[in-house]
Design a protein around this ligand. Structure first.
Ligand code: FRU
Length: 496
């Protein structure tokens, strides 16, 4: 067994962007969250990182920990590429508390990472993708590769990666879901080291490739609902890439969606920049599922300049999930895992521009939120405009009568494609509600109690940002609360 040689120093010793609510390591490239695991009061987040540069490549696992899902502390670089099998792609971590792997005599807190190891195949447009095991006896601080890697060999497929391990309690065994082209495959294991294939299911409407699958079990009305998530790298609906989910059941071998084919597939976040969702393993039952995603779009992520933001790759805020019955059926409801303080001294002033338009000019450029709640008079339309002095413009229209959200974004100075999308909002609710969570470089919207969410990057290039909220035809009918988010704290599950 081999211990990783650590690089002399991890250049990104800052936990996250100071004063921000979105995690984003400084001066390096970051993509997917991976290996999300909770252990003994700490939330661990590993993530794809290039420790030596601001573009994709040289992929390692970074590591950060938090007690509250809001404030993160950077830990030393975790998993370095495997000497023979290649880069440390996305995967997952579980706590092997019963020592089913035999790797942790005398410990109940051994971490096992199951991840893809990948290396380019010379002369071909593909990587070998093997699935490998690494383990840590000090809660993620130092890692070793298992001696018998890979534990699942290359399948000669163009895409076969991102194993996410979950526990099948009914059958007392481990399972993993792995993306395979336009499908997902399920595997099982009793010791986390030897895996056998259970089933492979095609996914509806995946035009290119699916990545980063996850399967979670949620309590619902005395029973369970299983949720299968996957990221779709090129989307035909004008979004570039995004996360989809299906509700269904898992019988220990295969996932069976409640509603078959395309009709059963939902968009998790209807913004432009939400990808590679993963949920935390091992949360206490009272927490419910919590997910986090890479706030980017694989269609253009690799073409964005990094320097002006100091980061190239941020995560969304962690999201707490629940299931709710809505007009469109059973739906995932998501809300940020952050307490949004309404204390008077954090209030932000708004400029009334007339005709139902309020303007916010954040002076200190710190994070803030605007909560809009429709009053007794029905609000049928909201427009949210974000513009920057460099010509960046994001225009979001919420049509509550039609149950539709549409967005258009231009960034004339950057080489990003103009984005334009139109989506159904899963469940039009009355009175309407819209939470706008603003931070430097990113805005997240949570609509109607979280039945819809949308994440967008803001390419401000360090220039001042301006937010306008417009409700044409219904001035005065909306209650507006705007506050700076100064000392973010974590919100707990039942606190709505
Ligand atoms: C998704 C992804 C994964 C892969 C990783 C490599 O963004 O392409 O499928 O494991 O990034 O960094």
């Amino acid at each position: 067994m081999k211990t990783f040689a650590k690089p002399p120093e991890f250049i990104h010793d800052s936990s996250t962007r100071p004063g921000r609510i979105h995690f984003g390591p400084l001066n390096c490239w970051t993509n997917d969250p991976a290996g999300l695991v909770y252990c003994d009061g700490l939330y661990h987040m590993f993530f794809q990182v290039n420790p030596g540069g601001t573009s994709w490549g040289n992929i390692h696992w970074g590591h950060t920990v938090s007690r509250d899902l809001v404030n993160w502390q950077m830990r030393p670089l975790a998993i370095t590429p495997h000497p023979e099998l290649g880069l440390a792609f996305t995967g997952s971590v579980v706590v092997d508390s019963e020592n089913s792997s035999g790797l942790f005599p005398e410990r109940r807190d051994g971490f096992v990472a199951f991840l893809t190891t990948a290396s380019p195949v010379p002369g071909q447009d593909r990587y070998t993708q093997t699935q490998s095991i690494a383990y840590s006896r000090d809660r993620g601080e130092t890692w070793q590769w298992h001696s018998d890697n890979p534990v699942i060999p290359d399948q000669s497929a163009r895409d076969f990666r991102d194993p996410k391990v979950f526990r099948d309690e009914e059958r007392s065994r481990w399972c993993a879901v792995i993306s395979r082209g336009q499908s997902v495959s399920f595997y099982a294991s009793v010791n986390l080291l030897e895996w056998w294939h259970l089933s492979t299911s095609d996914l509806p409407a995946v035009p290119d490739v699916c990545e980063c699958p996850d399967l979670i079990r949620m309590d619902y009305r005395g029973g369970y609902v299983w949720v299968l998530f996957y990221s779709v790298s090129h989307d035909s609906r004008g979004l570039g890439s995004g996360v989809r989910y299906q509700l269904g059941s898992f019988d220990g071998v295969r996932f069976v969606p409640d509603v078959p084919r395309k009709q059963g597939e939902r968009v998790f976040d209807v913004g432009f920049d939400h990808y590679a969702l993963q949920s935390w393993y091992g949360l206490p039952d009272s927490d419910g599922p919590v997910t986090i995603s890479w706030a980017n779009n694989s269609a253009y992520a690799h073409d964005l300049p990094a320097v002006y933001r100091g980061v190239n790759g941020m995560m969304t805020v962690p999201r707490l999930l629940e299931l709710a019955e809505t007009e469109t059926g059973l739906t995932l409801v998501q809300r940020p895992a952050i307490v949004l303080d309404e204390a008077a001294d954090t209030r932000m002033p708004a400029l009334d521009c007339g005709s139902g338009c309020l303007q916010f000019l954040p002076t200190d450029s710190g994070p803030f939120y605007v909560m809009l709640r429709g009053g007794s008079e029905q609000v049928s339309y909201l427009q949210i405009e974000i513009s920057c002095y460099n010509g960046f413009y994001l225009d979001i229209h919420l049509d509550f009568n039609a149950g539709e959200i549409s967005a258009r974004r231009t960034a004339p100075k950057l080489d990003t494609p103009e984005m334009d999308s139109r989506h159904l909002m899963p469940s039009p609710a009355r009175p309407v509600e819209c939470l706008v969570l603003m931070d430097r470089g990113i805005v997240e919207l949570f609509l109607n109690g979280g039945t819809a969410a949308a994440t967008y990057q803001i390419f401000d290039e360090g220039t001042p940002v301006e937010l306008k909220v417009k409700s044409p035809g219904a001035p005065g009918t909306i209650e507006v609360t705007a506050c700076r988010v100064e000392q973010p704290k974590r919100s707990i599950k039942k606190e709505v």
